[in-house]
Design a protein. Structure first.
Length: 110
């Protein structure tokens, strides 16, 4: 799978990125092998173990912060990782990942 930002050869430092950062970050956390193995998969396992007691904001928020740092570094985004996603985008990303992965857990994919 190709992410939109892979089409850009130079650092991106625009005030607004030329693609949907929420969707691109969702693709990144699922498809970057090192990030997935070290951060995203353990979060999914916590989701599975805790079930309805899982707090997406508390559990996924720090993982999203790490993802922002890795994303900016890996793809040469000239933004501070803490400003990559605004509060609303971070909330949308957390809810997107949580709902999609819980569906996968309920379907027995994990």
């Amino acid at each position: 799978m190709v992410m939109i930002r892979e089409f850009y050869n130079k650092p991106i430092d625009d005030a607004s990125l030329p693609y949907d950062i929420v969707d691109d970050m969702a693709v990144f956390v699922r498809n970057d092998p090192m990030f997935y193995r070290k951060n995203f998969f353990p979060a999914i396992q916590k989701m599975k173990a805790k079930g309805s007691n899982f707090d997406p904001v508390k559990e996924l928020g720090p993982m999203i912060d790490k993802a922002s740092h890795n994303y900016c570094k890996k793809f040469n985004i000239n933004k501070r990782p803490e400003t990559l996603l605004n509060a609303e985008e971070k909330k949308v990303l957390i809810n997107k990942l949580y709902s999609e992965e819980m569906t996968q857990i309920r379907n027995g994919s994990y």
